[in-house]
Design a protein around this ligand. Structure first.
Ligand SMILES: [Zn+2]
Length: 95
């Protein structure tokens, strides 16, 4: 942890690209949602920087889609990764 690169140290002391390691496919993958942050960048509910990005996304989306009334970010219940956004459309009848 702490290194912002794409290589990972193996048990024998050698380094490999994260995406080339066999472990990348299984180790670190969430058993509930299957997401794996060693393969791609993911957003997490407990990460303040990620929350800023999520809030910015929601604000941008709501600003550019006036008919979208609300957005609920959906998080994996196990690893807290952002799975997607649930969009609530404005109910036309109530307007
Ligand atoms: Zn998960």
């Amino acid at each position: 942890m702490g290194f912002k690169d794409n290589i990972v140290k193996q048990k024998d002391g050698s380094y490999m690209l994260k995406s080339k390691t066999k472990k990348a496919k299984t180790k670190g993958a969430c058993t509930v949602c299957g997401e794996n942050n060693t393969i791609r960048d993911l957003l997490y509910q407990y990460n303040a920087m990620d929350m800023i990005l999520v809030r910015q996304y929601i604000e941008d989306h709501l600003t550019s889609h006036p008919k979208h009334e609300a957005i609920t970010p959906e998080w994996c219940e196990k690893c807290k990764v952002l799975k997607g956004y649930r969009i609530k459309l404005k109910d036309e009848k109530n307007n």
